[in-house]
Design a protein around this ligand. Structure first.
Ligand code: SF4
Length: 348
């Protein structure tokens, strides 16, 4: 409809379309309003939502529907209610129970500062690396690093060695329905495990640098660890007084370990109420395509484009969306569809 012209911004493109089709102006105006409500001109979503880094799960949510994810920031109460639903909380409890299965001796350590809290994660990793090296299964393994210029963090559900010695990364998904998910749902899950592999691989290859973590999480490298934490590190035989010392130690342990890149990606689906395994899926790792997809998602975060909602082929997603009643994208899509149908009838 824009005669192949290029426009500096979406707003300018919409202005052109309004001039061309004045009778459709109200519809185009609404699209323009929605794009400005969800994205402020001259401000990227990273700036608008005060983000310095992203989580892997954020990109997975984005792959489901970008508008829904953006609404999550603009209407946080609705998102909070969604996160408190039984399906989500039951899933979280199942994950915790599985984590405790492989960590029977849980120790409580007081964390006072942000550096202390991050240090606890690093200490857990320092304990999991040798376990993984000797072929033991580990759960809730943190991963972090830079992908396509953005710092990401995530937590891998499960890492283990298969009978043939392959390093397997497995992600557990619990479902209220006792059936495997549709391809649209597995798309986000495949993105998640693919990104975990990229992050894990770069950690063991030594590509993750101290400053990546310090700069993106705004941590003070010279912060002295809390006394409780220092006692805990000493009990594990670790010599670290500051956050920097602990982080350096972890990065060296990771690169000098006998761990190598992940060999296999696996998704495991289990039924929430019965706890029974529904099935597993192997995920093919296609790095070039995965990186292209990540760059596409990051274009939104960098303010290079407006967010996109789901199109008519996946309109079923809207029926389970908490923003269904108020979503402008959905309303505009219905109107666009009605107009297309009207035109098609007239042409007949
Ligand atoms: Fe996305 Fe549909 Fe929800 Fe709108 S109603 S946010 S298009 S899933």
């Amino acid at each position: 409809g824009d005669d192949g012209q290029s426009f500096e911004t979406t707003e300018k493109r919409i202005d052109y379309l309004i001039k061309k089709w004045p009778n459709l102006a109200p519809l185009f105006e609404r699209v323009k309003n929605r794009s400005t409500a969800l994205s402020v001109p001259n401000q990227s979503p990273m700036e608008r939502f005060f983000k310095r880094h992203l989580s892997v799960t954020q990109l997975c949510e984005q792959s489901w529907c970008e508008i829904k994810m953006a609404y999550g920031f603009i209407k946080p109460k609705v998102r909070m209610l969604e996160m408190q639903n039984t399906e989500v909380t039951t899933g979280a409890s199942i994950h915790l129970a599985r984590e405790l299965e492989v960590k029977p001796n849980v120790v409580t350590v007081a964390a006072v500062t942000r550096e202390d809290r991050e240090a606890l994660k690093l200490i857990n990793m320092l304990q999991m690396v040798p376990a993984l090296e000797t072929g033991q299964l580990v759960r809730e393994f943190p991963v972090f690093g830079v992908l396509e210029g953005m710092f990401f963090m995530g937590v891998v559900d499960e890492l283990y060695r298969s009978d043939s010695g392959e390093l397997v990364l497995s992600e557990l998904k619990t479902r209220s329905h006792n059936s495997l998910p549709r391809p649209a749902q597995t798309k986000g899950h495949a993105l998640q495990v693919g990104m975990y592999k990229l992050l894990f691989d770069s950690m063991v290859k030594g590509s993750v640098k101290r400053d990546h973590l310090l700069h993106n999480l705004q941590l003070d490298p010279n912060r002295v660890l809390g006394s409780d934490l220092q006692t805990h590190t000493q009990s594990l035989g670790l010599q670290a007084v500051t956050f920097r010392e602990l982080l350096d130690h972890l990065l060296i342990v990771l690169t000098c370990s006998n761990l190598h890149a992940i060999d296999k990606l696996r998704l495991e689906y289990s039924h929430q109420s019965s706890g029974k395994l529904i099935g597993t899926r192997e995920v093919a790792f296609e790095e070039a395509q995965l990186r292209t997809n990540i760059r596409g998602y990051l274009a939104y975060w960098r303010g290079e484009r407006v967010p996109q909602g789901v199109e008519v082929e996946e309109a079923w997603k809207c029926r389970m969306c908490p923003y269904e009643e108020t979503c402008d994208w959905r309303r505009d899509r219905s109107q666009r569809l009605m107009m297309v149908n009207k035109r098609a009838k007239l042409e007949c």
